[in-house]
Design a protein around this ligand. Structure first.
Ligand SMILES: [Mn+2]
Length: 269
């Protein structure tokens, strides 16, 4: 295990509840790194339906709950995304983390801002429902992987839209940083990990955990780094099945000490 302690680790767009969510791998990243601050940069959930969460999804949440224990002395921050907007409040009680629309911190003499990024994607803000449907369709199509077929061409077109959105979010974020006197702006939302520097402002996107590239960011005295998670032999054999959710929820509640909470009865049933 790497004993290096990062100032901040940032991950976004895990889309818990989606079949393509790599919750197990994301949990590993959190367990195998040390950091003083964790920023969950939005769209940790795919939607408001907690019944879709698998055992691995609940385990991720259970681990967040553990990390947020004051004894650990780690600041865990949840920045709301467009998919987990509205759910964030409930989750702040369930996993014990504070929820922000955007989050700013000073480090190494620099002002850093973390904001999910949908704020800079006009289409998304004005047509939330269409866009949500579009996203879940995209995620589903991606699993098919059919070459030379009309669906594959549609995926290519959607990908092109994604790249355009990625540039749009970068431009909006850089402008936002300039306006708020920040030297670094961090976003998620586009599922594409990139870094861009313009006029002394650095923009970083943390990518996501639903596509083939699984990425996260770290901040330390060396600067900001984009990391790619490398798949391991035992990643595929998680033995997870939908339908185990009731016992997984019980495990989560047990580990997190939620069984003593009154709210337990009203969650996920
Ligand atoms: Mn988003």
């Amino acid at each position: 295990m790497d004993l290096h302690v990062y100032n901040t680790l940032i991950l976004s767009d895990l889309h818990l509840g989606a079949e393509t969510s790599h919750a197990r791998e994301a949990t590993r990243v959190l367990k195998e790194n040390r950091f003083q601050r964790l920023i969950l940069l939005g769209d940790i959930f795919a939607d408001l339906n907690l019944a879709r969460l698998t055992k691995d999804h609940w385990k991720f949440l259970g681990y967040i709950r553990k990390l947020s224990n004051p004894k650990r002395n780690i600041e865990v921050v949840w920045v709301e995304g467009n998919h987990d907007h509205g759910l964030a409040n409930i989750m702040s009680h369930l996993v014990g983390v504070r929820v922000y629309e955007d989050y700013a911190w000073e480090y190494g003499g620099l002002r850093n801002i973390a904001i999910h990024g949908h704020q800079f994607d006009g289409f998304q803000v004005n047509k939330v429902k269409v866009s949500r449907w579009g996203t879940s369709l995209y995620l589903r199509l991606q699993k098919l992987d059919l070459k030379g077929n009309p669906i594959a061409r549609l995926i290519d077109r959607l990908n092109t839209r994604w790249l355009r959105m990625s540039a749009k979010v970068a431009a909006g974020a850089l402008e936002y940083g300039r306006h708020h006197g920040a030297q670094r702006v961090f976003c998620g939302h586009t599922h594409e990990a990139i870094e861009v520097e313009q006029d002394g402002i650095q923009y970083y996107n943390s990518g996501g955990w639903v596509d083939s590239r699984l990425t996260y960011l770290t901040v330390d005295e060396q600067g900001v780094q984009i990391h790619e998670y490398r798949e391991r032999a035992d990643d595929r054999d998680s033995g997870e099945e939908r339908g185990e959710t009731d016992s997984a929820l019980a495990d989560f509640a047990d580990e997190a000490g939620l069984l003593e909470d009154v709210e337990y009865e009203s969650i996920g049933r």
